[in-house]
Structure formats: structure tokens, C-alpha cells
Design a protein around this ligand. Structure first.
Ligand SMILES: Cc1cc2nc3c(=O)[nH]c(=O)nc-3n(C[C@H](O)[C@H](O)[C@H](O)COP(=O)(O)OP(=O)(O)OC[C@H]3O[C@@H](n4cnc5c(N)ncnc54)[C@H](O)[C@@H]3O)c2cc1C
Length: 493
């Protein structure tokens, strides 16, 4: 993939080079980026305090960074622990040839036509190519994101991770993997689908994900997997949704003998409910509904699940060795040196390798960067009755966020500066709807988050802004006969 990124970087394609010029011109016509308006301030170390630290430069983080620059909030850093081209799942753990989403979606462009995926694609393949395109190729989406980042001039610091965040007086102190300790006023956690709890590992009596014996035998589908090592193997896959199926297919395409996907459900989920609520009213409105409605919507969504894309199922159907087993939950998984024994409610099976296609978890206690705050993060469990929280335990673990995606305190006053941490990842869906994860809601999310940060920075600095307003001197009328020097003016002006 690095070579793919390199070839894009080389800008070999003339159409793309022309589009870059157009897009830069469009941005210039929008006066992008406006001047930074946030007053400078010094931290306890005497250095200039950062206004916003964006953690993660995947699709969400880079769009937040671009949105902040567009708002005139320029004193920011966007850090990304991975190297350039390995941000997000697209070139790492995503194993489907095409995106599920329809090709026409917008988002990373934040409303600038020349920055849309369509513009990027047409620049290379023409209008006819766009008409012929069925869905977006996975790596094209990554190349497109990297292109937008470059065109909008967003500086991303690759290979830099946030390790720890702590309160520091009126500020937040961030410890980075570079050894730096920096002070910042705001933090946006744009750290991905696993950013509010990590991978979901189902619990089985004989299985421990921390057991080193699982190496080479049991994988989570979101881990790095060398599929060439699965040739000839019999594979058990827990899960029947998109990622589970695409991993099974990737294994079979790499020469695996058999891949069986297991489900608790009697059949595949049939309807992608989120598709039906992907319209502006819902996207903008869900986050401003009262708690009862928000809870009702997402407990339903979570229970309904989402079918795998039919393209993934067709991919599997065509492969020898692919099968589903429905209504057969696993009850135990035991690893030994020769393989894995899986006990289900119906049988006991031997596999060479097992893949858990069980997705992501929500558990703020597992977000190590936020360990100093997590015990006091308000959750949905804190605003529902104990019976409701018990009945929908997963939904109850989601953080209960404020209107600008900020974390709120369970016990007010216990964790100063918690509200300066904005959670712009999948953990925000109960509170805001799917605005910080999937493509359709992205622009709605950024257009809610950025004004919230802007308002908060402005409000906190209001005394300085008013002072600056008083001190402002602008000789607008100097070229005329009616200019009056400041010391000769009547009244306050
Ligand atoms: C396999 C797969 C397929 C998907 N397909 C679709 C689709 O077709 N349509 C759709 O709308 N959505 C899809 N999604 C959902 C969503 O669009 C993606 O998950 C997308 O990557 C979300 O963007 P993000 O920026 O939130 O997270 P990511 O793209 O994962 O970016 C988060 C970044 O944060 C970095 N990071 C994490 N922790 C730190 C730290 N401490 N310090 C520094 N950096 C850190 C990570 O390295 C990562 O690059 C898919 C998701 C997956 C997993």
C-alpha cells in the first residue's frame, strides 16, 4: 500500500493535479483558512498553550482538523499513532474490496464540491467513469482522504500517540509517545471505532485473550493477520456480520480449506435500520432529542443489528469451503498447541484457527489514555433506571455526552477539565446519533463539534476579547477630511 500512497503523492495523474488547483482556488475563494482568532496564552511551563489537540487522523480526526482551521482555530495539533497511509482501517484491518456505503456520500469535503469523492474520482476517470463506478474501492477511499488532507493543508503528525491525559489547573496535560508533555485547552478524541473501549472479546470459561498461547491460533478480526499462514487450514469464525464474513472470505481466498461463520441468531439480520435514518432531519435532530427518545432509538438500533452487505455474502457464497451455521452460539473456546476446540450449543468442533468477528466494545474504563478521568465519566446507565440499564447493558455503558460531544462528570467537581475532552468516536452514538464514525453523519458531526469548541474557547476568553475590542484602533477614516485622532474623539470611541 505504501507504493499506492507514493504513486498518489507523486501526483502522476494530471486530472488530479488540475483538481488540486481548482480545490485550492475554491478554498481561497472561501477565504480559507481565516486568521487564527484565539488569543495566545502561556502554560505553566512558559510555552504557548495549544488550543486543541486532535487525537487520531482517520476520517473523523482529519475532518475535525480541517473544520477547526476553517473556523479560524489554527493553534492545533493533529496527532496519529500510525504512519502515513495506515490511518484507520482502510489499509490495515478492513478486508472488503469495496465500501458498504453508496458512492455519492459526502462528508470529508465539508461542503466544498471540488473536495468531494466524486470530484476526486471524476478527475481521474471522467464523468463516464463515475457513472460506471458501482461502489468505492476500499483503498480509493483512503487515497481520497489523504488527498483531501493534503489539499486543505492539514498538518498531521504521524507516528505520535497520546499516551496519557490529566487535568493541569485550567488546562489538560497530554503525555505523548515522543516524550513531550504539552498543555492544551481542548482535546478531541477522534481515535476510532475502538476508541471507547477496544475490541469486543466474548467471555468463555477456557479462553483468555491475554493468554500468549492464542498467538497464531485465535485472532480478533480487527487484528493484523497474516492470511498466507491460513492456507489449508480449517477456520471457525464467530460472527456473521460484515467483518466476520470478509475475514472468512479473505482466508479462503488465501487458500484456507474451510471457514464456517457462526451466529446466535436464527438468520442474518435483514434490514440496515441506519440506512433509513440517514437523512438530515434525523442526523441533525437525534442528538437534541430528550433522553427517552435517544435511549429508545439506539437500544432498538443496537438490538436490530445490521446485515452484512450483500456483496460480502455473495463473495462468501461463491467460495468453496464457506458456510454459515445459524442458531449455534459458542459456549467455550479452548486453545492447545495443535488447534482450537470450540464447543457450541449443538456440537464440539476442532479448528486450526479461530477468528472472533465480534466487533468493538464500549467500556470507558478500558480507554487507557483517559484513565485519570474514566471512573467519573457519566454514562447512560447514570441517567436510566437500574432496570433499564440492566435490560440494555451495552447501551448503558455508552458515555452520556454534552451537546458538543464533551464528556460529562458523574459526580460534579470530581474531575476538573473533563468537559474539555470531546469524544468524537463511536462512543458518541447514544448521545448524538451516528455523527462520529460512519461517513453519512460525518459533516453533521463536525459541524456540531467545531462550533461547540469555538463557542467554548470564545466564552472562556470573553474578558480578553472585550479588552481587545476596547483597545482596537483602526484608522478607517484617515484618508478622508473627517478623521479624528483617538485623543480628540468625543465619547467612548
Ligand atoms: C472494516 C470496516 C469497514 C467500514 N466500512 C464503512 C463504510 O463502508 N461506510 C461507512 O460509512 N463507514 C464504514 N466504516 C465505519 C467508519 O467509517 C470507519 O470506522 C472510519 O474509519 C471511522 O473513522 P474514524 O476517524 O472514527 O476512525 P479511524 O479511521 O479508525 O481513525 C482513528 C485513528 O486514531 C488513531 N489513534 C487511536 N488512538 C490514538 C492515540 N492514542 N494517539 C494517536 N492516534 C491514535 C488510530 O491509529 C486511527 O488511525 C467501516 C469500518 C470498518 C472497521
Amino acid at each position: 500500500m505504501d507504493s499506492v500512497v507514493e504513486s498518489e503523492r507523486a501526483g502522476g495523474d494530471q486530472g488530479l493535479a488540475a483538481l488540486r488547483k481548482t480545490a485550492r482556488h475554491d478554498l481561497a475563494r472561501l477565504n480559507y483558512p481565516p486568521a487564527n482568532w484565539v488569543p495566545e496564552c502561556a502554560g505553566p511551563d512558559g510555552k504557548r498553550v495549544l488550543d486543541v489537540l486532535v487525537v487520531g487522523a482517520g476520517m473523523c480526526g482529519q475532518t475535525v482538523g480541517y473544520g477547526l482551521l476553517r473556523e479560524g482555530i489554527g493553534n492545533i495539533r493533529v496527532i496519529e499513532r500510525e504512519t502515513h497511509g495506515r490511518e484507520g482501517p482502510w489499509n490495515t484491518t478492513a478486508r472488503m474490496p469495496i465500501l458498504r456505503s453508496p458512492k455519492h456520500l459526502t462528508g470529508p469535503d465539508l461542503g466544498v464540491p471540488s473536495l468531494t469523492f466524486r470530484a476526486w474520482y471524476e478527475a481521474q476517470h471522467g464523468a463516464g467513469g463515475w457513472q460506471k463506478l458501482y461502489k468505492i474501492a476500499r483503498l480509493d477511499w483512503l487515497l481520497y482522504l489523504l488527498w483531501v488532507r493534503e489539499v486543505v493543508g492539514l498538518k498531521v503528525e504521524n507516528g505520535v500517540a497520546l499516551l496519557k491525559l490529566e487535568p493541569a489547573g485550567d488546562l489538560l496535560r497530554a503525555t505523548l509517545s515522543t516524550g513531550e508533555t504539552i498543555h492544551t485547552r481542548k482535546v478531541v478524541m477522534a481515535n476510532g471505532r475502538d476508541g471507547s473501549g477496544g475490541f469486543r472479546w466474548p467471555s468463555f470459561p477456557s479462553f483468555d485473550p491475554g493468554d500468549p498461547r492464542r498467538k497464531g491460533r485465535v485472532f480478533h478480526t480487527l487484528e493484523d493477520i497474516d492470511f498466507t499462514k491460513l492456507a489449508g487450514k480449517r477456520i471457525g469464525v464467530l460472527g456473521v456480520l460484515a467483518t466476520a464474513i470478509d475475514n472468512a472470505c479473505t482466508a479462503l481466498e488465501a487458500g484456507a480449506a474451510e471457514a464456517i461463520c457462526y451466529a446466535r441468531r436464527p438468520h442474518l439480520p435483514q434490514v440496515n435500520k441506519s440506512k433509513g435514518v440517514s437523512f438530515p432531519g434525523f442526523q441533525r435532530g437525534q442528538g437534541v432529542l430528550d433522553d427517552d427518545w435517544r435511549w429508545k432509538i439506539y437500544t432498538y438500533m443496537l438490538a436490530a443489528g445490521s446485515p452484512p452487505p450483500h456483496e460480502s455474502v455473495l463473495r462468501g457464497q461463491k467460495l468453496k469451503g464457506f458456510s454459515f451455521r445459524f442458531a449455534e452460539p459458542w459456549t467455550d473456546v479452548a486453545v492447545d498447541k495443535d488447534g482450537v476446540t470450540v464447543t457450541t450449543t449443538k456440537s464440539t468442533e476442532r479448528f486450526d484457527v479461530v477468528l472472533f468477528g465480534t466487533g468493538f466494545d464500549i467500556d470507558m474504563g478500558r480507554v487507557k489514555e483517559l484513565a485519570a478521568f474514566s471512573p467519573n465519566v457519566k454514562l447512560w446507565a447514570d441517567v436510566r433506571t437500574p432496570e433499564e440499564a440492566k435490560a440494555d447493558a451495552e447501551a448503558a455503558r455508552y458515555p452520556y455526552l454534552g451537546p458538543g460531544f464533551e464528556l460529562l462528570e458523574k459526580a460534579p467537581g470530581g474531575t476538573p477539565r473533563l468537559g474539555d475532552i470531546h469524544l468524537f468516536n463511536w462512543g458518541s452514538i447514544l448521545s448524538q446519533g451516528a455523527l462520529a464514525g460512519d461517513i453519512p453523519g460525518l459533516a453533521f458531526g463536525v459541524n456540531r463539534l467545531v462550533p461547540a469548541i469555538s463557542n467554548a474557547l470564545f466564552r472562556d476568553d470573553i474578558a480578553r476579547h472585550v479588552q481587545n475590542m476596547h483597545a482596537l484602533e483602526d484608522p478607517e477614516l484617515a484618508p478622508t477630511d473627517y478623521f479624528v485622532p483617538r485623543d480628540k474623539r468625543a465619547g467612548t470611541l
